[in-house]
Write a protein that binds this ligand. Structure first.
Ligand code: THU
Length: 130
């Protein structure tokens, strides 16, 4: 049986930010709105949503949006305290979360909230330095 996830007040605040961010999704093709919120160890907050495209595979997931926004402002692997997402991250996004060594990934799943490290979400992952 899975342990009942223990969210902290900071987790709950980040999940609330992710839910608000989902309202900004540009998802005219799937109508599936996803929001993500990232908090750095220094306490900076970034949000993102999925952005779709008429050429479907070019769409960007909410997780990649938020990680790209944060990285563009100088956030680097190891700087991220937590990422909250309104959906279970897809395989590609798990690889992105792993790149940034996110140890606390919170996401809505099956009516509850899961808390996992990026490594747990992507075991035996591809890395360049092996
Ligand atoms: N999506 C995300 O934003 N994150 C995920 O991890 C799963 C899928 C988006 C992509 C697409 O815009 C929509 O959800 C439906 O797949």
């Amino acid at each position: 049986m899975n342990e009942v996830p223990q969210t902290t007040p900071a987790d709950d605040a980040l999940l609330a930010e992710a839910r608000s961010a989902a309202a900004q999704a540009y998802a005219p093709y799937s109508q599936f709105h996803v929001g993500a919120a990232l908090r750095t160890r220094e306490g900076a907050l970034f949000t993102g949503a999925n952005v779709e495209n008429a050429s479907y595979p070019l769409g960007v997931c909410a997780e990649r949006t938020v990680l790209a926004r944060a990285a563009s402002e100088g956030v680097r692997p190891g700087d991220v305290a937590a990422v909250a997402i309104t959906a279970s991250p897809c395989g590609g996004c798990r690889q992105w979360l792993l790149e940034f060594r996110v140890e606390r990934v919170l996401f809505d799943h099956d009516g509850g909230v899961e808390i996992r490290s990026a490594q747990e979400l992507l075991p035996h992952a591809f890395v360049l330095d092996e």
